[in-house]
Design a protein around this ligand. Structure first.
Ligand code: SF4
Length: 261
Protein backbone atom coordinates (compact mmCIF):
# COMPACT_ATOMS: atom_id res chain seq x y z
CA UNK A 1 0.00 0.00 0.00
CA UNK A 2 1.09 3.55 -0.53
CA UNK A 3 -0.45 6.76 0.73
CA UNK A 4 -2.21 9.25 -1.54
CA UNK A 5 -1.63 12.00 1.02
CA UNK A 6 1.76 13.64 1.59
CA UNK A 7 3.60 13.49 4.88
CA UNK A 8 3.27 16.60 7.04
CA UNK A 9 6.09 18.98 6.20
CA UNK A 10 7.26 19.20 9.82
CA UNK A 11 7.04 17.41 13.12
CA UNK A 12 5.31 19.28 15.95
CA UNK A 13 5.37 18.19 19.59
CA UNK A 14 1.75 17.01 19.36
CA UNK A 15 2.52 14.92 16.26
CA UNK A 16 5.56 13.53 18.02
CA UNK A 17 3.36 12.53 20.96
CA UNK A 18 0.84 10.87 18.62
CA UNK A 19 3.61 8.81 17.07
CA UNK A 20 5.23 7.87 20.36
CA UNK A 21 1.94 6.69 21.83
CA UNK A 22 0.86 4.75 18.74
CA UNK A 23 2.34 5.11 15.24
CA UNK A 24 -1.01 4.12 13.70
CA UNK A 25 -2.66 7.06 15.42
CA UNK A 26 -0.09 9.29 13.73
CA UNK A 27 -1.05 7.72 10.39
CA UNK A 28 -4.77 8.38 10.87
CA UNK A 29 -4.35 11.87 12.26
CA UNK A 30 -1.42 13.27 10.31
CA UNK A 31 -1.21 11.32 7.04
CA UNK A 32 -4.78 10.23 6.27
CA UNK A 33 -6.04 13.28 8.20
CA UNK A 34 -9.12 11.54 9.56
CA UNK A 35 -10.88 14.14 11.65
CA UNK A 36 -10.98 13.61 15.43
CA UNK A 37 -14.24 14.84 16.95
CA UNK A 38 -13.80 17.65 19.45
CA UNK A 39 -14.32 16.96 23.13
CA UNK A 40 -15.59 19.23 25.88
CA UNK A 41 -12.08 19.31 27.39
CA UNK A 42 -10.29 20.27 24.16
CA UNK A 43 -12.93 22.88 23.32
CA UNK A 44 -12.67 24.47 26.76
CA UNK A 45 -8.90 24.49 26.42
CA UNK A 46 -9.13 26.24 23.05
CA UNK A 47 -11.52 28.90 24.42
CA UNK A 48 -9.18 29.65 27.35
CA UNK A 49 -6.12 29.76 25.07
CA UNK A 50 -7.97 32.15 22.74
CA UNK A 51 -8.81 34.52 25.61
CA UNK A 52 -5.28 34.52 27.03
CA UNK A 53 -3.74 34.95 23.59
CA UNK A 54 -5.86 38.02 22.87
CA UNK A 55 -5.35 39.36 26.38
CA UNK A 56 -1.61 39.41 25.70
CA UNK A 57 -2.12 41.23 22.42
CA UNK A 58 -3.30 44.19 24.49
CA UNK A 59 -0.82 46.73 25.91
CA UNK A 60 0.35 45.53 29.37
CA UNK A 61 -1.66 48.05 31.39
CA UNK A 62 -4.89 46.93 29.69
CA UNK A 63 -4.53 43.22 30.56
CA UNK A 64 -7.10 43.27 33.35
CA UNK A 65 -9.58 40.68 34.55
CA UNK A 66 -12.41 42.75 33.06
CA UNK A 67 -10.58 42.84 29.72
CA UNK A 68 -10.26 39.04 29.80
CA UNK A 69 -13.99 38.70 30.53
CA UNK A 70 -14.78 40.98 27.60
CA UNK A 71 -12.89 38.60 25.28
CA UNK A 72 -15.10 35.60 26.16
CA UNK A 73 -17.80 35.99 23.52
CA UNK A 74 -15.32 36.31 20.66
CA UNK A 75 -13.52 33.25 22.00
CA UNK A 76 -16.71 31.17 22.11
CA UNK A 77 -17.72 32.41 18.64
CA UNK A 78 -14.35 31.46 17.17
CA UNK A 79 -13.69 28.20 18.97
CA UNK A 80 -17.15 26.63 19.20
CA UNK A 81 -18.08 26.26 15.55
CA UNK A 82 -21.26 24.54 14.38
CA UNK A 83 -19.28 21.34 13.73
CA UNK A 84 -17.82 21.40 17.24
CA UNK A 85 -21.23 22.15 18.75
CA UNK A 86 -22.50 18.96 17.12
CA UNK A 87 -19.50 16.98 18.44
CA UNK A 88 -19.94 18.01 22.05
CA UNK A 89 -23.73 18.40 22.25
CA UNK A 90 -23.37 22.10 22.97
CA UNK A 91 -26.87 22.59 24.34
CA UNK A 92 -26.12 20.26 27.23
CA UNK A 93 -22.64 21.56 28.12
CA UNK A 94 -22.72 25.28 27.30
CA UNK A 95 -23.78 26.60 30.72
CA UNK A 96 -21.21 24.49 32.58
CA UNK A 97 -18.45 25.42 30.15
CA UNK A 98 -19.18 29.12 30.58
CA UNK A 99 -18.98 28.70 34.38
CA UNK A 100 -15.74 26.74 34.04
CA UNK A 101 -14.13 29.36 31.79
CA UNK A 102 -15.07 32.13 34.24
CA UNK A 103 -13.60 30.12 37.13
CA UNK A 104 -10.40 29.49 35.15
CA UNK A 105 -9.98 33.21 34.46
CA UNK A 106 -10.44 33.99 38.15
CA UNK A 107 -7.80 31.38 39.00
CA UNK A 108 -5.45 32.65 36.29
CA UNK A 109 -5.50 36.19 37.71
CA UNK A 110 -4.63 34.76 41.13
CA UNK A 111 -1.61 33.00 39.59
CA UNK A 112 0.06 35.89 37.83
CA UNK A 113 -0.35 39.56 37.02
CA UNK A 114 -0.34 39.85 33.21
CA UNK A 115 0.22 43.62 33.40
CA UNK A 116 3.70 42.86 34.79
CA UNK A 117 4.66 40.24 32.19
CA UNK A 118 7.11 41.13 29.40
CA UNK A 119 5.78 38.80 26.70
CA UNK A 120 7.92 38.98 23.56
CA UNK A 121 6.00 36.24 21.78
CA UNK A 122 2.34 35.19 21.89
CA UNK A 123 1.14 32.13 19.94
CA UNK A 124 4.50 32.38 18.24
CA UNK A 125 5.17 29.99 15.38
CA UNK A 126 8.71 28.68 15.45
CA UNK A 127 10.31 26.19 13.13
CA UNK A 128 13.77 24.96 12.39
CA UNK A 129 15.55 21.94 10.97
CA UNK A 130 17.47 20.26 13.77
CA UNK A 131 19.52 17.08 13.21
CA UNK A 132 17.97 16.91 9.70
CA UNK A 133 14.44 16.83 11.13
CA UNK A 134 12.02 19.66 10.31
CA UNK A 135 10.49 20.66 13.65
CA UNK A 136 7.72 23.15 14.29
CA UNK A 137 5.81 24.42 17.28
CA UNK A 138 3.56 27.19 18.49
CA UNK A 139 4.57 28.75 21.80
CA UNK A 140 1.71 29.93 23.97
CA UNK A 141 4.02 32.63 25.27
CA UNK A 142 7.68 33.58 25.36
CA UNK A 143 8.57 35.94 28.22
CA UNK A 144 11.68 38.02 28.68
CA UNK A 145 12.93 38.14 32.27
CA UNK A 146 14.56 41.17 33.89
CA UNK A 147 18.04 39.78 33.22
CA UNK A 148 17.29 39.26 29.51
CA UNK A 149 16.82 35.49 29.81
CA UNK A 150 13.74 33.83 28.32
CA UNK A 151 10.93 31.74 29.80
CA UNK A 152 8.68 29.47 27.75
CA UNK A 153 5.14 29.59 29.17
CA UNK A 154 2.58 26.92 28.34
CA UNK A 155 -1.04 27.12 29.54
CA UNK A 156 -2.59 23.84 30.65
CA UNK A 157 -6.30 23.41 31.28
CA UNK A 158 -5.96 19.74 32.27
CA UNK A 159 -4.81 18.29 35.56
CA UNK A 160 -1.24 18.69 36.77
CA UNK A 161 0.79 15.48 36.47
CA UNK A 162 0.92 13.00 39.33
CA UNK A 163 4.07 13.01 41.43
CA UNK A 164 6.87 11.29 39.52
CA UNK A 165 5.41 12.11 36.08
CA UNK A 166 6.50 15.76 35.94
CA UNK A 167 9.24 15.12 33.38
CA UNK A 168 6.69 13.82 30.86
CA UNK A 169 4.75 17.07 31.28
CA UNK A 170 7.79 19.04 30.09
CA UNK A 171 8.61 16.82 27.10
CA UNK A 172 6.82 19.03 24.53
CA UNK A 173 8.31 22.19 25.92
CA UNK A 174 11.84 20.80 25.65
CA UNK A 175 11.25 20.69 21.88
CA UNK A 176 10.07 24.30 22.05
CA UNK A 177 13.30 25.14 23.86
CA UNK A 178 15.34 23.50 21.09
CA UNK A 179 13.37 25.47 18.49
CA UNK A 180 13.89 28.72 20.40
CA UNK A 181 17.62 28.16 20.51
CA UNK A 182 17.70 27.45 16.77
CA UNK A 183 15.41 30.30 15.69
CA UNK A 184 15.85 33.01 18.35
CA UNK A 185 19.50 32.15 19.01
CA UNK A 186 19.03 31.85 22.75
CA UNK A 187 18.26 28.81 24.85
CA UNK A 188 15.46 29.75 27.28
CA UNK A 189 16.36 29.74 30.96
CA UNK A 190 13.26 27.91 32.12
CA UNK A 191 9.93 26.40 31.17
CA UNK A 192 6.78 27.26 33.10
CA UNK A 193 3.58 25.28 32.88
CA UNK A 194 0.56 27.19 34.20
CA UNK A 195 -2.22 24.78 35.21
CA UNK A 196 -4.89 27.43 35.03
CA UNK A 197 -7.78 25.21 36.12
CA UNK A 198 -6.07 24.06 39.29
CA UNK A 199 -4.01 27.14 40.07
CA UNK A 200 -0.65 25.39 40.19
CA UNK A 201 2.59 26.15 38.41
CA UNK A 202 5.40 23.81 37.40
CA UNK A 203 8.70 25.48 36.67
CA UNK A 204 11.91 23.78 35.56
CA UNK A 205 15.24 25.17 34.45
CA UNK A 206 16.13 24.28 30.88
CA UNK A 207 18.95 21.76 30.67
CA UNK A 208 20.98 21.90 27.41
CA UNK A 209 21.65 18.17 27.76
CA UNK A 210 17.97 17.28 28.07
CA UNK A 211 16.97 19.64 25.23
CA UNK A 212 19.63 18.13 22.97
CA UNK A 213 18.47 14.60 23.84
CA UNK A 214 14.83 15.51 23.09
CA UNK A 215 15.82 17.02 19.75
CA UNK A 216 17.82 13.89 18.84
CA UNK A 217 14.90 11.70 19.83
CA UNK A 218 12.58 13.80 17.62
CA UNK A 219 15.01 13.37 14.71
CA UNK A 220 14.99 9.59 15.19
CA UNK A 221 11.19 9.64 15.19
CA UNK A 222 11.20 11.68 11.97
CA UNK A 223 13.39 9.02 10.32
CA UNK A 224 11.04 6.25 11.47
CA UNK A 225 8.02 8.23 10.21
CA UNK A 226 9.63 8.46 6.77
CA UNK A 227 10.39 4.73 6.79
CA UNK A 228 6.83 3.74 7.73
CA UNK A 229 5.43 6.21 5.20
CA UNK A 230 7.56 4.63 2.45
CA UNK A 231 6.39 1.18 3.64
CA UNK A 232 2.77 2.34 3.31
CA UNK A 233 1.75 1.51 6.86
CA UNK A 234 2.42 2.67 10.39
CA UNK A 235 2.23 -0.16 12.95
CA UNK A 236 -0.64 -0.17 15.43
CA UNK A 237 0.25 -0.45 19.09
CA UNK A 238 -3.02 -1.37 20.79
CA UNK A 239 -3.06 -1.42 24.58
CA UNK A 240 -5.56 -0.34 27.23
CA UNK A 241 -3.39 2.69 28.00
CA UNK A 242 -2.93 3.80 24.38
CA UNK A 243 -6.43 3.06 23.14
CA UNK A 244 -8.49 4.21 26.11
CA UNK A 245 -9.01 7.81 24.95
CA UNK A 246 -8.13 7.29 21.27
CA UNK A 247 -10.64 8.73 18.80
CA UNK A 248 -9.77 6.06 16.22
CA UNK A 249 -10.95 2.89 17.98
CA UNK A 250 -13.71 2.30 15.42
CA UNK A 251 -11.37 2.95 12.48
CA UNK A 252 -8.92 0.40 13.86
CA UNK A 253 -11.62 -2.20 14.47
CA UNK A 254 -12.94 -1.72 10.92
CA UNK A 255 -9.41 -2.47 9.70
CA UNK A 256 -9.16 -5.67 11.73
CA UNK A 257 -7.05 -4.44 14.65
CA UNK A 258 -7.87 -6.02 18.00
CA UNK A 259 -8.49 -2.91 20.10
CA UNK A 260 -9.03 -3.46 23.86
CA UNK A 261 -12.58 -2.70 25.01
S1 SF4 B 1 -7.28 2.67 18.76
FE1 SF4 B 1 -5.36 1.97 19.73
S2 SF4 B 1 -4.25 0.87 18.10
FE2 SF4 B 1 -5.84 2.13 17.12
S3 SF4 B 1 -4.84 4.07 16.59
FE3 SF4 B 1 -5.78 4.35 18.59
S4 SF4 B 1 -4.16 3.86 20.06
FE4 SF4 B 1 -3.54 3.00 18.09
Amino acid sequence: MSFDQPLPSALSPSRLKDFQECPRRFQYSNVERIRQPATVATTKGNVVHHILEHLFHLPPEQRTHDAALSLREAAFDNEVTDEIQADIDWATCEAQMRRDVDAILTTYFEMEDPTAVAAIGVERNIEATINDAPLRGILDRLDQNDDGSLTIVDYKTGKPPRAGYENDAFANSQIYAALCEAEVGQLPRNIRLLYVTHGSTLDVPVSPVVVSARAKSAATVWQRINTFYADGEFPADPSPRNCRWCAYKDVCRERGIDVPA
